[in-house]
Design a protein around this ligand. Structure first.
Ligand code: ADP
Length: 244
């Protein structure tokens, strides 16, 4: 479903991604871990072209973008539609209810008829356990509930791939579980996902593959049990000792 080849990103002289390769099968979940500043967020943002990579290519399903060539706005827009992102700080519209937040993308951007967008938004909010909170505004919701609205909003775009950027790291510890449960359910249903997180339990329970990044490189990759119990690279061992 996803094929990433030799992805590079520079900010001015700072080279943040130094040639990342990754394949994710349809329905696969890849968890990306690594120290702060290693390029994890930049990597995810490049996949949605929120940042434009300096070189390399990304294929999602049957669409490929090659960043060594000039890209038209149209091809960028078409490529973006294939994935949806869930952010650390939810990024909900504060003046809209939960329902309006989830309807906004389909109704405004995708021009789906309002009644249809509404029906789908209700279904998605029910799916993330918020069927009783449709008309609440973000400030009336807990962080965990806001993030579940964020996930419903991303799903409303009907993406082929979901990208999660540290979706639980802004949450109080007691609210982390409800968000991870929604993500585990999605993984079990066969959604293709790339997740930047330090939640090792999630990685163990839901990921097919764990990728350890440091300094803009993928240092080590493997099945969660292998990476966590038997890492081969010294840098991976050091990192895991710090966070586990
Ligand atoms: P991580 O998610 O692993 O913490 P990031 O991808 O956020 O890492 O950042 C990697 C490096 O890129 C950091 O040195 C950061 O300061 C730098 N960086 C990220 N975004 C920008 C930007 N828009 N402009 C300049 N430097 C950036």
């Amino acid at each position: 479903m996803i094929a990433i080849h030799n992805l590079h990103k520079q900010f001015g002289k700072l080279e943040v991604l130094k040639g990342i390769d990754l394949d994710v099968q349809k329905g696969g979940t890849t968890v990306v871990i690594g120290p702060s500043g290693s390029g994890k967020t930049t990597f995810l943002r490049c996949l949605n072209i929120l940042e434009t990579p300096s070189a390399g290519s990304v294929t999602i399903d049957e669409q490929t973008v090659d960043f060594s060539k000039p890209l038209s706005k149209k091809s960028i827009a078409a490529f973006r539609k294939q994935s949806a992102m869930v952010f650390q700080h939810y990024n909900l519209f504060p003046h809209m209810t939960a329902l309006e937040n989830v309807m906004e993308g389909p109704a405004t951007v995708q021009k789906v008829p309002k009644a249809q967008a509404r029906e789908r938004a209700v279904q998605l909010l029910e799916k993330v356990g918020l069927g009783a909170k449709l008309d609440e505004y973000p400030f009336q919701l807990s962080g965990g509930q806001q993030q579940r609205v964020g996930i419903a909003r991303a799903l409303a775009l009907e993406p082929k791939v979901m990208l999660f950027d540290e979706p639980t790291s802004a949450l109080d510890p007691e609210l982390v579980g409800e968000v991870l449960q929604v993500m585990k359910d999605l993984a079990a249903e066969g959604m293709t996902m790339i997740v930047v997180t330090h939640e090792m339990r999630f990685a163990r329970e839901a990921a097919n593959e764990v990728l350890f990044m440091d300094g803009g490189h993928v240092i080590e990759r493997g099945r969660p049990d292998d990476i966590f119990t038997n890492p081969t690279e010294e840098r991976t061992k050091q990192f895991l000792n710090l966070i586990q």
